[in-house]
Ligand binder design. Structure first.
Ligand code: BES
Ligand code: ZN
Ligand code: ZN
Length: 499
């Protein structure tokens, strides 16, 4: 599917559906802006269907041959002063999905000029483009031919804009094409079956990214013995329950004149059974998602050569499965992380923090970066706190936090700050080791997990994103179909682009 910009009159375009967006309060003015050919019919349809332009209202009408598009779709956008970026994502997705329902292959979206008042042209077109691509995504690898044919692919979406905006819009469009491609790739990795997406598979994907990068990205993969030599005994502890060999994946992107150095880390548990602290069957159903952080890092790296930010970026993924077996980690086992701290493992299902302990320590030790950002499907507790739409963010640096919040606003990938509460530190103190991997008591699990990670970052500015909720949708929405969302890819790419 391609998205193009058009400055032509919409009624003259060769389309299947022509889509308009209406404010609530200004029905009269809205109508006056319509092409003369359809104005009268549209007014009648609005009366018939009591369409006032509210956000939950849509009207679909036949064009009766008055213009070349065969159907016209109107989407209400509510009150102008309440319209924001989030609404933009929603309403674009709705309008696009309605066109798909109507079997449209060529779609025209007429973008009202006053959408550009709050956001500049580039950012608005960027958001519109991302919304369309996000909403178009489907994972159909395992659907039979007959099933696939039921959904017709959209060939082209034309964004109709006033001529003066085209140049700036072009920049937004190009950027969004890259971020959307990275988002799609990341979702494919998570949606793919876990028998395929083993640690070895992720390592091969990383190598492919480097190969396609024309030298901008380099990759190295550490095998078990090299991982041992680095002292990553917490990571190896988790990995040893599985027959699949673990891989430690290192990706590096370096521009000619790099600014700061950022390490991004993705939790890469390619399947989480819980280990000997086995998960109940229902909780295990979606546990292929436990490498969503890793998939986000790979998605980001796939886009870095094209986005070409002026910072150095290093990606770390400790990839392994969390399985029960005769060799698996046992509650009571004690592991030593790269930074020398000892960890008493009391629940083998709290495995992500073990692999991350080593990954964070290694990042600090080997890279001494300006910033570390980790993305991890870390705790069910974070989902309890913030639901399916919002990631928890824990951050020891206000500047980093506010940059990420800005990017969150632009991309609609929602984050909400949770505290690294010092008072809770005693809850993860162990009787016989430095710390234990689960807390005393049952409340505030997302916080105690973050406090655990904090033990391994020292003073480095660091943001931990607990993406357990938004990484994976268990239902269909306008913007996201069931499955992976690629959460974090756009958030981080927008952030890097702003540096
Ligand atoms: N991968 C899970 C967290 C998770 C749960 C992600 C649901 C996405 C959806 C993690 O490894 C885990 O099992 N965490 C435990 C920690 C507990 C044992 C302290 C949890 O959240 O229950
Ligand atoms: Zn787990
Ligand atoms: Zn996990």
């Amino acid at each position: 599917m391609k998205i193009t910009l058009k400055a032509a009159k919409p009624e003259s375009l060769d389309l299947d559906t022509l889509n308009f967006f209406f404010w609530e309060e200004n029905a009269e003015q809205n109508c006056k802006k319509l092409p003369k050919e359809i104005e009268k019919e549209a007014r009648e349809a609005f009366i018939q269907e009591e369409f006032k332009g509210q956000t939950d209202e849509m009207v679909t009408m036949s064009s009766r041959g008055l213009i070349s598009a065969y159907k016209i779709i109107f989407t209400g956008c509510g009150k102008k002063e309440e319209f924001d970026n989030e609404m933009l994502f929603e309403q674009i997705a709705k309008s696009f999905q309605k066109s798909k329902e109507n079997k449209a292959v060529k779609i025209g979206l007429v973008i009202p000029d006053d959408w550009f008042i709050k956001l500049d042209t580039k950012n608005t077109v960027q958001a519109i483009t991302e919304a369309i691509y996000l909403s178009d995504y489907r994972f159909l690898t395992y659907k039979s031919e007959s099933e696939r044919e039921k959904t017709r692919d959209v060939e082209e979406v034309s964004l109709v804009l006033s001529p003066s905006r085209i140049v700036q819009a072009e920049a937004g469009l190009e950027f969004a094409k890259i971020t959307s491609g990275a988002n799609r790739y990341s979702r494919d990795l998570v949606n793919e079956a876990p028998q395929i997406t083993t640690p070895t598979y992720l390592a091969t994907e990383a190598e492919k990214i480097a190969k396609n990068s024309k030298g901008a990205v380099t990759v190295s993969i550490l095998e078990t013995e090299q991982i041992r030599k680095k002292g990553m005994m917490a990571f190896l502890g988790v990995a040893r329950g599985s027959d699949e060999p673990p891989k430690f994946i290192i990706l590096k992107y370096r521009p000619r004149r790099p600014g700061k150095k950022v390490v991004i880390i993705g939790k890469g548990i390619t399947f989480d059974t819980g280990g000997l602290s086995l998960k109940p069957a229902a909780s295990m159903e979606t546990m292929k998602l436990d490498m969503a952080g890793a998939a986000a890092v790979l998605g980001i790296f796939s886009a870095l050569p094209e986005i070409a930010p002026s910072i150095e970026v290093i990606g770390y993924i400790a990839a392994c499965e969390n399985m029960p077996s005769g060799r698996a980690l046992k509650p009571g086992d004690i592991l030593r992380a790269v930074n020398g701290k000892t960890i008493e493992v009391l629940n083998t299902d709290a495995e992500g923090r073990l692999t991350l302990a080593d990954t964070l320590s290694l990042a600090v030790k080997e890279e001494n970066p300006d910033e570390i950002i980790d993305l991890a499907t870390l705790t069910g507790a974070c989902m309890v706190a913030l639901g399916e739409e919002i990631a928890g963010i824990f951050c020891n640096n206000e500047k980093l936090l506010s940059s990420l919040e800005k990017s969150s606003n632009d991309t609609g990938e929602k984050i909400w700050r949770l505290p690294l509460e010092k008072k809770y530190k005693p809850l993860i103190k162990s009787q016989i080791a430095d710390i234990k991997n689960i807390q005393t008591g049952k409340y505030g699990g997302a916080i105690s997990a973050a406090l655990f990670l904090e033990e391994f970052v020292g003073k480095t500015p660091w943001a931990h994103l607990d993406i357990a909720g938004p990484a994976f949708m268990e239902k269909n929405t306008q913007l996201y179909t069931y499955g992976a969302t690629g959460f974090g890819v756009r958030l981080i790419l927008h952030y890097f682009n702003s540096l």
